[in-house]
Design a protein around this ligand. Structure first.
Ligand SMILES: NC(=O)c1ccc[n+]([C@@H]2O[C@H](COP(=O)([O-])OP(=O)(O)OC[C@H]3O[C@@H](n4cnc5c(N)ncnc54)[C@H](OP(=O)(O)O)[C@@H]3O)[C@@H](O)[C@H]2O)c1
Length: 315
């Protein structure tokens, strides 16, 4: 049992809704003593995800009463206090997903959202693994990818896309993935045939496929990605997207973790993702680390630069 005293820590929060580089500021927050089946985690690294920026920009609501709004959906750190009945002990290295307010020096987490981090898995990698990992697993499961498939992954060098590529390759599928030219060597190393997105995409994918394309996993959400998938003759129910929410009318499948099936896919994927990222079987790149105080800059950069790999904050 650790200290049960509440403590005050530094967190980064949205002080209004808008450009993350302008509106995210440090705030002092009280971390209450953990209640039953809860732990306090001292954060060693926090994953930065596009959804954090969307929340700050007000795309999921702009209620002024919710300000200052804590952000950060995943983190890795060390348990510093435990509540009654918790399965964890002070000193355990853990991953928190979903975290509430991961951009902070410490946070309170329910045991159900805490997973043991193997010592060999670095904190920054662990902090950037699960949100993208479970989403990629959901894409591959929902599309029911097998070794009989030729699969297109749209946005194959992104956080979600790079894991989706690896999971589909591991199932024995032939994988073609779209990315900027500078990421092609990386994608080839993951086992995919790289293709540049943009004008003429359908024809390039057709050439690369050397046969029918049977499934498409979309992490980008552009009309170009969905239109190319349909034009290649992929059945709409095997075009699965995490971002093309305006294209549901085409009969494609949209996943966001909200349905029982999508929740199950995501929960079941977690142990394997942690084990495979630790063994090195799954490649998870950390593109850049930032001090916690530069959270706004990290989110602004994430929106513009298309980094390959994860951005991670270090408190
Ligand atoms: N529904 C869900 O459950 C769920 C869960 C997680 C994420 N998401 C959403 O999924 C999206 C991707 O997330 P992420 O974490 O993978 O983001 P990310 O790491 O920023 O990757 C996005 C990738 O998209 C590629 N890209 C950009 N413009 C493109 C275009 N016009 N055509 C093809 N590829 C393009 C970029 O690759 P290049 O560098 O090669 O250009 C970039 O690597 C975000 O919108 C995020 O909010 C949804």
């Amino acid at each position: 049992m650790g200290t049960d005293e509440p403590r005050t820590v530094r967190a980064m929060a949205a002080t209004s809704y808008g450009d993350p580089a302008r509106v995210i500021a440090p705030v002092d927050v009280a971390v209450p003593a953990p209640g039953p089946d809860e732990v306090t985690v001292t954060v060693r690294a926090a994953g930065v995800n596009p959804i954090d920026g969307k929340i700050v920009r007000g795309q999921f609501g702009d209620d002024p009463a919710a300000l200052p709004r804590r952000i950060g959906s995943e983190a890795a750190g060390v348990v510093s206090a435990v509540g009654d009945g918790s399965r964890f002990a002070v000193g355990d290295e853990v991953i928190v997903y979903r975290a509430i307010g991961g951009y902070a020096q410490a946070l309170l987490a329910d045991d159900e959202t805490v997973f043991r981090k193997p010592a060999a898995l670095p904190f920054p990698t662990a902090a950037g693994l699960l949100l993208t990992g479970v989403t990629a697993a959901d894409l591959v499961e929902t599309a029911a990818v097998t070794d009989a498939d030729t699969v297109v992954v749209h946005g194959g060098a992104g956080g979600v896309g790079a894991i989706a590529v690896q999971l589909a390759v591991r199932r024995g599928a032939r994988v073609i993935a779209t990315a900027a030219q500078r990421n092609h060597e990386y994608l080839a190393g993951l086992g995919a045939v790289p293709v540049v997105y943009g004008d003429g995409l359908t024809e390039r994918l057709h050439q690369a496929a050397r046969g029918p394309v049977t499934a498409a996993l979309d992490t980008v959400g552009t009309d170009e990605a969905i239109d190319a998938s349909l034009a290649l003759g992929v059945a709409p129910e095997r075009i699965v997207s995490i971002a093309a929410f305006g294209r549901g009318g085409d009969g494609i499948i949209l996943v966001d973790g909200s349905t029982p099936q999508s929740k199950r896919h995501r929960a079941e994927a977690i142990p394997g993702l942690i084990a495979d990222a630790t063994s090195g079987e799954l490649t998870v790149e950390v593109a850049k680390t930032f001090p916690l105080e530069q959270a706004g800059q990290a989110l602004a950069e994430l929106a513009g630069a298309h980094p390959r790999g994860k951005f991670v904050l270090l408190p």
